[in-house]
Design a protein around this ligand. Structure first.
Ligand SMILES: NC(=O)c1ccc[n+]([C@@H]2O[C@H](COP(=O)([O-])OP(=O)(O)OC[C@H]3O[C@@H](n4cnc5c(N)ncnc54)[C@H](OP(=O)(O)O)[C@@H]3O)[C@@H](O)[C@H]2O)c1
Length: 299
């Protein structure tokens, strides 16, 4: 499932280069591209002068932004910081892209929606974030749209898992190896998405010359509880020893968290499919692939 499709060669700035998605994006940058990796502490998206100067000095043709403050609950107590990173930062990147004549690819989230729908969310559906994280990510989208830059692409995605970052799959595997009982929320539904598949989708969209907002997620849907059950089944079929005996479905109200999440956030990928001619792989097959080969550990 590691992408066949690579980004076009050229001068590429990868922002947030040490994050989980960026690990997958790195593998799809061709060897003959000239790439500079930008991340904290040397490159801080909240510092406009640093962003403009760093990118001007390099002069990229393509800016891939994988940076964000992604601690959804942490954003509730630090909304001002979340807004500076997720809201203002993408605007500085757009300003830098305008200055160098670069194209900007940015990643956003299903959490810009309120979840009050029961068929897949379309790119132009009304947004209505329920959390500080969702509000800050929406502000980032708007900063890019309003920047005057014409050549931008925003890819909204959901429920990411992959190597090189904390994610639900890793959390579940750890808990399932330690505990016999777990309680997992069953009334929030979405589409788990493998970072390798998202990186490949971004490369496809860039290659097609796509502009505007696109949704990409692995196909299919589940609740967090369904996701947890699938992780246990697939891990066991890979030969992993787990202690878990019972995964109890619970409601969001049974497990209060600081940030409110959308109840139903499945994204429509029809526009992506029409643009690229490619179909997103199924989430469960992607999970299986990740557990068998993607984690970088021998099972
Ligand atoms: N994870 C998900 O489930 C999910 C779902 C939907 C959409 N998304 C979106 O997908 C994108 C990639 O997410 P991810 O899970 O790969 O994120 P991640 O693993 O948290 O990586 C984000 C990277 O951005 C860096 N960063 C944070 N603040 C920064 C700043 N002020 N200046 C420069 N870099 C900064 C982080 O550095 P530090 O680690 O040092 O803070 C990290 O290297 C994000 O736009 C996110 O909003 C994620």
């Amino acid at each position: 499932m590691v992408g066949e499709r690579k980004f076009p060669a050229g001068r590429i700035a990868l922002v947030g280069a040490n994050g989980m998605l960026a690990q997958a994006v790195r593998r799809l940058i061709p060897a003959d591209a000239v790439t500079v990796f930008f991340d904290l502490p040397d490159f801080d998206l909240t510092n406009r002068e640093q962003v403009l100067a760093g990118l001007k000095e390099f002069g990229p043709e393509l800016i891939l932004n994988c940076a964000a403050m992604t601690d959804v609950d942490g954003c509730e107590s630090q909304e001002e910081l979340a807004t500076r990173i997720n809201g203002l930062g993408p605007g500085y990147l757009a300003e830098a892209a305008l200055g160098c004549g670069a194209r900007l690819v940015h990643v956003s989230t299903d959490y810009v929606f309120d979840g009050r729908k029961s068929n897949p969310w379309l790119e132009d559906d009304p947004t209505g974030p329920l959390s500080a994280y969702g509000r800050s990510k929406l502000a980032g989208e708007l900063a890019i749209r309003d920047s005057g830059l014409r050549d931008w692409l925003i890819v909204r995605t959901s429920w990411l898992f992959g190597p090189g970052g904390g994610n639900f799959v890793e959390t579940m595997l750890r808990l399932m190896s330690e505990r016999r009982q777990l309680r997992v929320v069953d009334d929030q539904v979405g589409s788990p998405t493998y970072t390798d598949d998202l990186a490949e989708a971004m490369a496809r969209l860039v290659t097609c010359g796509a502009r505007g907002v696109f949704h990409f997620a692995n196909s299919g849907q589940c609740s967090w509880h369904g996701f947890a059950c699938a992780i246990a089944e697939e891990a066991r079929s890979c030969g992993m020893a787990l202690a878990i005996e019972n995964i109890e479905p619970i409601t969001t109200a049974d497990y209060p968290l600081p940030a409110q999440r959308p109840a139903w956030s499945v994204l429509s990928t029809r526009k992506y499919q029409q643009e690229t001619g490619a179909c997103p792989p199924d989430w469960r097959a992607a999970l299986r692939h990740y557990l068998k080969q993607g984690r970088g550990v021998l099972l």
